[in-house]
Design a protein around this ligand. Structure first.
Ligand SMILES: Cc1ncc(COP(=O)(O)O)c(C=O)c1O
Length: 356
């Protein structure tokens, strides 16, 4: 696919502090952009990253008809870059689109646009351990009106951002607060969509957790506040009696994580016992009390694997694996990051390679 490419005449690269990248602070020079009008998406084009012409009546500002994705490109050992499982993100973007009445986008066109963008801005891909080019597609209603209805015009924009590891702690275990006062999603809602509302709903508890020294919030189900859903920006996995257990996706309240799928696929291949099922906080508490919890860790694109060293639930602290990285978390981390950079053979064809 050929896209119209308009290059910037002023690169942003000089403004980047490569020794202090952090997460999502810097943006690369270009975006892939496509506009929906009169019932169809245009072909998409590459344009300079910059201001967009919107009015205060922009519908998405009012009603939040916005979806997004997060994926990464890594410097490949053999040269060029590997984009990790972008097909999964594009599929999930379209599932999110359906949940909030946004017109879906052609998978292949979006994948081609992402590859083209990564290639054009390849000088923004950092190469140190844990670093990558974060790719953020966003789609939002871009008509101007105040009626509560689905928009008739949309923008799809893919931007990229050179990033370091998501947590300052790196692969070190994080402390997580189990929220009992707030809920993120309910059955019948939009918890399975990567849509703005879920993140807005999570901010209060997230800030409270930060103030109290926790990295993130663990969300329980919205009705009984017992079954575990997920963490703020990660799915959650428990290794109990050497069985890998993660909440199932069937209630529609949990994001279908790409890393979650990657971990479950590898675990099954490695012969681990794997269960996707309901798991309540009481079950974890009991298993912890009887010393049966081997490890707890989160999975997500930003951190890949994030060991959970401590869960606080109703004032009680559960410490896992002596606050140390466990062998299971370490093996998933090493394997997945090895595949992403090309140091480990990609037998599943998860990487889409971009030459430059
Ligand atoms: C709410 C939520 N759950 C889970 C995840 C992990 O998903 P993935 O592995 O696709 O990054 C994310 C991150 O995107 C998230 O925001």
């Amino acid at each position: 696919m050929n896209f119209k490419v308009t290059k910037t005449d002023k690169t942003r690269i000089e403004g980047i502090d490569w020794n202090n990248l952090r997460f999502g602070v810097y943006f690369s020079d270009h975006v892939f952009i496509s506009r929906y009008k009169d019932g169809k998406w245009d072909d998409g084009a590459i344009e300079p990253y910059g201001l967009l012409p919107f009015e205060p009546g922009l519908c998405t500002l009012h009603y939040g008809q916005t979806i997004f994705e997060g994926l990464k490109a890594f410097k490949a050992k053999s040269g060029g870059a590997n984009i990790f499982r972008p097909d999964m993100n594009v599929k999930r973007l379209n599932r999110s689109a359906e949940l909030v009445c946004i017109p879906t986008y052609d998978d292949e066109r979006l994948l081609a646009g992402i590859r083209e963008l990564v290639k054009l801005d390849s000088k923004f891909i950092p190469g140190n351990k844990g670093q990558s080019l974060y790719i953020r597609p966003v789609v939002f209603g871009s008509g101007h009106f105040l009626g509560v209805t689905a928009a008739s015009e949309y923008h799809l924009i893919v931007m990229t951002s050179p990033v370091a590891s998501y947590y300052a702690a790196g692969l070190n275990p994080v402390k997580i607060m189990v929220s009992t006062d707030h809920v993120r999603a309910v059955q019948g809602g939009v918890g399975a969509a990567k849509t703005a509302a879920n993140y807005a709903a999570s901010l209060w508890a997230g800030m409270d957790a930060h103030k109290r020294g926790f990295a993130q919030v663990l969300w329980l189900d919205g009705v009984n506040r017992k079954d575990i859903d997920e963490v703020g920006a990660m799915n959650i996995m428990f290794v109990i009696d050497n069985e890998l257990i993660t909440p199932s996706l069937s209630k529609g309240t949990v994001l279908a994580g790409v890393t979650r799928n990657t971990v479950l696929t590898l675990a099954k291949e490695w012969g681990m016992k794997v269960s996707e099922r309901n798991i309540s906080i009481d079950e974890v508490d009991d298993a912890h009390a009887s010393g049966r919890v081997n490890e707890v860790f989160g999975t997500g694109t930003a951190a890949v694997i994030s060991p959970v060293g401590l869960l606080e639930y109703k004032g009680k602290e559960m410490i896992f694996n002596d606050m140390k990285i466990g062998p299971v978390a370490q093996k998933f981390y090493d394997t997945i990051t090895g595949i992403q950079t090309g140091e480990i053979e990609d037998t599943h064809k998860w990487n889409q390679h971009v030459d430059f």
